[in-house]
Design a protein around this ligand. Sequence first.
Ligand code: FAD
Length: 694
Amino acid sequence: MSLVTITINNQTIRIEEGSSILQAARQGGFDIPTLCHADHLKPFTSCFICAVKVHGGRDALVPSCAALVREGMIVTVEDPELEASRRMAINLLLSDHCGDCQSPCQNACPSNIDIEGFLALIREGKIAEAARLIREQAPFPGILGRICPRPCEEVCRRQRVDEPIAICSMKRYIADAELEHFGSPQLPRPGRPTGKRVAIVGAGPAGMSAAYYLRLAGHQVRVFEQRPASGGMLRYGIPYYRLPEETLKTEMDAVAALGVELCFGVTVGTHIAAKDLDQDFDALILGIGAQGAIPLGIPGEELPGVWPGIGYLEAVAERNPPALGDRVVVVGGGNTAIDCARTVLRQGKGRTQVTILYRRGREEMPAQDAEIAEALHEGVTIAYRTAPMEILQEGEDLIITLSRMELTAPDASGRRSPVPVPGSAYPMRVSAVLAALGQQALPDLARDLGIETTRSGTIKVDPRTFQTGRPGIFACGDCQSGAATAVQAVGNGRKTAYSVDQYLSGLPVTGEPVLFNSSMGPLKDLSTELFTGYTQAKRVGMPVISDEERRTTDKEVETGVEPALAVKEAARCLSCGCDAQKDCKLRRYAARYQGDQGRFGPPASGGRRGYRLDKSHEKIKLEVHKCINCGACVRACAEIKGLNVLTYINRGFTTRIHVPFGRSLVDTACDGCGECTKVCPTAGIMPQRTGTAI
Ligand code: FAD
């Protein structure tokens, strides 16, 4: 056969006559995306993502899989116009693609933990593997398994069947079972030494998470911490009855055991200048948290007997609490207020009268519902729509003037503000007041380093890389986000470590790759069809210690789930993530071309394709909702097997690929050869996975 010469992006390529432009481009080393194409099938050109520009005449865009080379042809395969054309093709396909890449729980997790994955490993009894999987994203499963506010459970699809999976308890189960079995957390080994040195200020979850991943990457890490131990607010804020000292110590010590050097009792900015760290180390991370207690802002708050809530919790953590007397009020509606109230109750051996004052209603209270319920159960009183106006000393007592509060009409932003009800003030005699209005970031270190901060004192960073305006200086955790959660601090610590590693390797600092995630939509909008056919199964409960022990000791309240129940609970998971999430071409190209699923809205027929699953065949699963009509499966079946198991149904926007006449796969001549599954670029047609529900 004779050869022809063509030019692709100024590169000369000689290739056999009759070849496609796609083949020529591949020979030249160009990576042209394809979805509907398979080398062993006839070209079909339905997706148009492989379009290239053939010069001459009108510089037409042609599908490279079908267009044949011609002598002297001049072709462009990569330029901004082609990029835009491929993005449009991807967006059109995405607009009618109904499926989740990652499961919603994983998407909701600020650390992006593979929840579905670790639940599957619990079912298989593979604890070490499950712990390893969690640590790929977050090094502290025992800690997070106890105190995470569980955004994952809020979106868990299982609640449309009965109740959400007890994801957090399962994470804790893995950490506890690993410890019981192996005696210590089983961590990977640090990478080969790079010779690079990183200084981290703050041994809270953000700093320690960054330290963990940087050690695994082979860097030398030194953490400077002003307090005598690691953990940050996990140790000095969250009380031991929720997070035992032993659990915290075990997981923090494990990071040190990787070779992270910890320098305690060193306040950067006082004992050592931040600028010196910047000079002496190859990179610097600030993980200093939000250490400033928000003041009450009322007369009398400087009186003895009025304490900042986090100061009180820290004193209790150090086992040196002040005596607060028998009538304590806690001001605030967040988790700090609840922790203060429950701690005071325990310190007073259940005899202290504890009242939380919150200026809005129960619905607006920012503390977690479960925490509020626990506090009420233990005997804490909550006075809603009540705020302090002034505090006076009277003998040993404090007289706190309280006012009833009401909400104003909504302002321009729709927010209603609490204001005192005229004439509603009344006095309350108390022995102590704890101000627990929350924490704020202190900007001093950032200023020392000449780094920009926001008006609220948080450090400004690039949101993808966590690098500040000064190259080589990064910030993560509460000092960057404002007071948030441990799981967010841990996730951001990991992402920061990734960027620091790029920086130290001399690479462009772009941050962790962002994966594309298709979504079926919010829980409430999903078709009920998706949740039919399941047997109702109650969520496993968490056993707790007795009420008497709760009130009189700081013993951990929750005692953990038994192995058999954990396996049962893990089996409730609907496995919402896509079987093809690691090798889906549509997902890969959506990330590469920055696809936007909402760009074109649903097709003009009026609706996006609905959920439709055919699991009737023992070997093949048909997920019509994920199909992008590329037709590769139809052609594979016809061209390779000579069968027509699948076909096109309807015309235009409502075209679907399915078994003819609305039958199920099992009613066809399909022998389960799997040729169709090999060419499917998404998970429209896949081999059956046993043991999963969706
Ligand atoms: P931190 O944990 O604050 O750690 C920062 C560290 O930096 C501290 O150890 C500090 O001593 C050190 N440091 C600061 N400045 C310097 C300096 N100049 N030199 C040296 N060291 C310095 N989150 C949840 O997810 N679930 C909960 O149930 C929960 N409950 C909470 C209860 C309370 C009472 C509080 C206060 C917080 C709670 N949080 C909870 C929030 C969570 O603890 C924080 O979001 C998280 O600890 C932030 O991590 P970080 O590493 O950014 O900061």
